[in-house]
Write a new protein. Structure first.
Length: 198
């Protein structure tokens, strides 16, 4: 597998993008030094749920964030509301954080579905394993958000042996959650995280 880093003008027109800046150049340099690259293409859609796996190390978040900034992809992630207080809140928002109120009448899934309905564009990143430890079952929140918001799932895989972040094909959910999750897990079977696979 041979990968590359995309230039901003190579990104699809409808993909949500960050403004260009010095941060992008620094992140591209760090990724080159680390030996990481992308394999595959980003889809030309304004809304999707991006799932990233295998998730076996906190380094996954570091490399994922560096890729996001380096190419200028405006990918959001969920974090508990309490983290957005004080100076950390501003940083989290700039990095794409979306505050979740875990005590609200509406649950996390419903809050995210509302965000998809309110926005013209939104790429939401989720780790379906929900933990860095090996799991036999994924959390189903990503599927419910994508299915009920009517947006596709975009699988992205970390493959540490070759330092590749693999961009998969878009996946449309059906009414059979178990079958959908099984097909997605099968897609990830060849990929190896830092400490384990799927």
């Amino acid at each position: 597998m041979n990968g590359h880093l995309l230039a901003p003008n190579q990104l699809p027109p409808r993909m949500p993008k960050l403004r260009d800046g010095w941060q992008r150049r620094i992140c591209r340099g760090v990724l080159r030094l680390g030996g990481w690259s992308l394999l595959g293409d980003f889809p030309d859609v304004p809304k999707l749920v991006l799932i990233a796996a295998p998730h076996s190390s906190w380094w996954d978040g570091v490399w994922g964030l560096l890729i996001k900034v380096a190419i200028g992809a405006d990918v959001h992630f969920m974090a508990k509301q309490e983290l957005f207080r004080g100076p950390l809140g501003g940083l989290l928002r700039r990095l794409g954080g979306m505050a979740i109120d875990r005590g609200a009448a509406k649950g996390v899934v419903e809050q995210m579905i509302d965000q998809f309905h309110r926005r013209d564009s939104l790429w939401l990143g989720i780790a379906p394993e929900g933990t860095r430890k090996p799991v036999t079952r994924w959390k189903s929140g990503f599927w419910h958000i994508a299915h009920d918001a009517g947006v596709p799932v975009f699988p992205v895989a970390f493959h540490y042996p070759e330092k590749i972040i693999r961009l998969g094909p878009l996946f449309d959910t059906t009414d059979d959650m178990a079958a959908d999750v099984a097909r997605l897990r099968a897609y990830y079977a060849p990929f190896q995280g830092k400490y384990h696979g799927i």
